[in-house]
Design a protein around this ligand. Structure first.
Ligand SMILES: [Ca+2]
Length: 438
């Protein structure tokens, strides 16, 4: 893949949604105030959970000590000031997660909000700085207002010259930033330090986003187990499932300790794994994990991350359309049409949802993505319609390309661009959902 970007300015446009955010915050303050008055000593959380911004007492007034509007939990009632130890806009008295990290979207009881239903977009490498030039944003403003999250590959962060504009642009439109990373890396030492060392490597790669004043909402780990498990991708570490999972937990714990605001997703390169009685589509020399059922891999990963108390937020299926409609060539079998590939993809979705986790399906296509804008768009829309028609209902459809096409990201009004296609997906999904509820 080639990487290129274009110079761009740092001035994002003013967004009307900023005013909406301010209004919501004001309502939150009023609601929080009422709850404080009603609940009196109901908020008993410690008042020193997240010291930062010179606010050692964490009362939100950004001052240290009891001067200047200080509020101590459970005792500040009647002062007319909000008790909100973690400053998430939810009063302590009704905050069921009183130490939520900063920058985490919360629900009405102050806990990490579940993934919003909708569409995410993740363009191919290159040209992303230019997308967040103040002028260029006006050429895909509707897309930016319509998506829930925007994706980047971790290895292109270093090449994006205008991260300030990117982070400000996403924040203004209330769009989350998802970074796709490797997770446990086969080139970190293949020993018990793998998870921690992999995390250190990737923490350094996301650091420029923080230096630019932004933050990562979600880190999607692209096939972390496949990089370490025996019979995994080419140069994997060759360890057993338990060891792979242990290293994965080490990785997530290390990143979490540095950035507690990040939610973690597990991405599975689905065609490379066996699923029950259905073989891997692309078996290479052997199926990944030497033929282990990916359901067992997923169950073990989810159980371990949850028992460590880590914020696993979603599971992503990477399964391009040609590997679902059996038109891609298989490296290892002559007749791939003998299996129901969509069926096993739907079973994966069911397993993810059985774990009460949001399922994210990548909509893309290798053949179309190597052919033309039009071929890619046609495949993506066919994939959406067929998947929905078979009963698929992921929390998020993710329009993503790592191929040559779509060639251009914007303008969104020009047929063939990535943003044009994303808006098409959003419109088509709304139609399909309306049809199925009618
Ligand atoms: Ca909270």
């Amino acid at each position: 893949m080639t990487t290129s970007d274009l110079p761009s300015s740092v001035e994002p446009p003013i967004s009307p949604r900023r005013q909406v955010v301010v209004s919501v915050l004001l309502v939150g303050l009023l609601v929080g105030f009422s709850a404080t008055v009603l609940l009196l000593d109901g908020g008993g959380e410690a008042d020193n959970l997240l010291p930062d911004n010179n606010d050692a007492d964490n009362d939100g007034d950004r001052t240290n000590g009891s001067q200047g509007g200080d509020v101590t939990d459970g005792q500040g009632n009647g002062t007319g000031t909000l008790d909100d130890a973690d400053r998430d806009g939810v009063a302590d008295g009704r905050d069921q997660c009183p130490s939520t990290p900063r920058d985490v979207d919360v629900d009405e009881v102050g806990c990490r909000a579940p993934l919003q239903e909708g569409v995410w977009m993740h363009t191919r490498f290159g040209g992303k700085s230019a997308m967040f030039d103040g002028d260029n944003m006006s050429t895909w403003n509707q897309t930016l207002s319509s998506i829930e999250a925007y994706g980047l590959f971790i290895d292109e962060i270093d090449d994006l010259r205008n991260l300030e504009a990117l982070t400000a642009g996403l924040a203004q439109h209330g769009v989350d930033l998802v970074v796709e990373s490797g997770g446990t890396l086969q080139f970190a030492p293949c020993n018990e330090s793998n998870g921690v060392r992999s995390a250190e490597i990737e923490l350094a790669k996301i650091d420029p986003i923080y230096q630019a004043g932004g933050h990562v909402d979600f880190l999607t780990l692209d096939g972390p187990i496949s990089r370490t498990i025996v019979g995994g991708r080419g140069d994997s570490c060759g360890v057993d499932l338990n060891t792979s999972v242990t290293w994965l937990v080490d990785y997530v714990q290390t990143v979490h300790d540095a950035h507690p605001e990040i939610g973690f997703g597990l991405l599975v390169n689905f065609p490379n794994w066996v699923w029950g009685d259905v073989p891997a589509y692309q078996c290479e020399q052997t199926s990944w994990g030497e033929g282990i059922h990916y359901g067992d891999v997923l169950n073990a990963s989810i159980a371990a991350l949850r028992s460590a108390g880590l914020p696993l937020t979603h599971v992503v299926a990477d399964s391009p359309w040609g590997y679902v409609n059996a038109t891609e060539e298989s490296a290892c079998r002559e007749d791939v049409t003998a299996y129901d590939w969509m069926g096993r993809l739907l079973e994966l979705e069911a397993l993810v949802e059985h774990h009460d986790l949001p399922f994210v399906l990548i909509l893309n296509d290798k053949t179309g993505g190597e052919e033309s804008d039009e071929a890619f768009a046609t495949s993506v829309l066919d994939y959406l319609e067929t998947h929905h028609g078979r009963g698929g209902s992921p929390t998020v459809y993710l329009v993503e390309s790592w191929y040559d096409y779509p060639e251009f990201h914007h303008p969104e009004t020009q047929e063939g661009t990535f943003t044009y296609l994303t808006l098409d997906v959003i419109a088509r999904l709304a139609e399909l959902q309306a049809d199925s509820t009618a």
